[in-house]
Design a protein around this ligand. Structure first.
Ligand code: GCU
Length: 343
């Protein structure tokens, strides 16, 4: 509760400073458009996200901020608020729509609230492996999709690798979907993840990333699902001791900007921001490879987590496969994006 109040207060304060700027107040020095920005009175882009400062995504965002600054000669400053300081990812997106923050890093399917095509990224087993995933995510078609949602209030500048997600629990290994029977598993607050859990037979409990650690500790949930960094930078491995490698989803993170803010950037500054974003993705891929290798070692050796590899992946895949058709039928955006991925 205390954390939520702090997040709210901060969001309100930030909102006030944005309003002041919009009303001509320049106490914070943020220029209203990049055309009038200068090194002395830069345009300030607030960026909210939920990862810790030692997480590869945060490090990539710092690289992004540095490069934006460099490429615009200090006229645009990206100010990062990490650790969920400004609330959950869904709250950050509401703030983005309301003009309280300019940018956010969120798990891609969270954006489905505003553009149904983003459901695609939460569908189980749609990529064969990492090479396939990179090929699709780095394609021109994907970038066209990322830059097509101005009318929905946001544009995706780039994506970050968030690996593959698997189940981890306090008390037992998950080798087949039936092992999930009777377990309360935290999922992200998005329809596609709730549907996946239902298809597999566990009980989905939605909550934000920031609430998972305490909920594992107090027994509100029996487990969760995420990539391996959740065990270490998220500290979940202190409580959950079985990580079962079923790799049901490869959900990218998305770096989004308010389309209103984007439209206040000159064409040159738009190109600078976009180039900085793309470069930070390449940097993050390197960090990701190192960080995930280290996370497995650290979780195993320092936290006593058992990694379970003899998992019946085919059973997980079979149980969730019908979701793809259901989502394609329900969401025209998913159908279009899936067609382009399949190509
Ligand atoms: C991943 C992802 C985050 C997301 C988190 C979650 O770590 O990178 O963006 O918030 O999963 O499960 O909520």
């Amino acid at each position: 509760m205390k954390k939520r109040l702090t997040a709210l207060t901060l969001a309100l304060l930030l909102g006030l400073s944005v309003l002041l700027t919009a009303c001509g107040g320049s106490a914070k020095g943020s220029a209203a458009s990049s055309a009038t920005a200068s090194k002395e009175h830069p345009m300030i882009l607030t960026l909210a996200h939920n990862q810790a400062e030692n997480h590869p995504v945060h490090k990539a965002l710092v690289r992004f901020a540095d490069q934006v600054n460099e490429r615009t000669d200090g006229r645009i400053v990206v100010k990062i608020y990490p650790n969920g300081q400004l609330g959950s990812e869904n709250e950050n997106l509401e703030q983005l729509q309301a003009g309280v923050v300019a940018m956010a890093k969120v798990s891609a399917p969270n954006l489905a609230t505003y553009n149904d095509g983003y459901n695609t990224f939460g569908l189980p087993y749609i990529f064969n492996d990492q090479a396939d995933y990179y090929r699709v995510m780095d394609s021109q078609q994907m970038d066209d999709f990322f830059m097509s949602s101005a009318d929905d209030g946001f544009l995706t500048m780039t994506y970050y690798d968030s690996g593959s997600r698997s189940f981890y629990t306090k008390g037992k290994a998950i080798r087949t979907p039936s092992d999930l029977d009777g377990l309360k598993i935290r999922v992200q607050d998005m329809a596609v993840q709730t549907d996946m859990m239902k298809a597999l037979g566990g009980t989905p409990v939605t909550m934000s990333y920031g609430d998972v650690y305490t909920s594992l500790q107090t027994g509100i949930i029996d487990g969760s699902e995420n990539n391996v960094t959740a065990l270490t930078t998220g500290k979940h491995g202190e409580v959950a001791k079985y990580y079962s490698v079923d790799e049901h989803e490869m959900i990218p993170d998305a770096l989004v900007m308010s389309s209103k803010v984007w439209s206040t950037l000159s064409a040159e500054d738009q190109a600078a921001v976009k180039a900085a974003a793309k470069a930070s993705t390449e940097y993050q891929k390197e960090l990701w490879a190192e960080a995930t290798e280290k996370a497995v070692e650290q979780a195993r050796q320092e936290m006593g987590v058992t990694f379970v590899y003899d998992v019946d992946k085919a059973a997980f895949q079979a149980a969730t496969a019908p979701m793809i058709q259901t989502y394609e039928d329900k969401y025209p955006g998913v159908k279009r994006l899936m067609q382009s991925i399949e190509q």
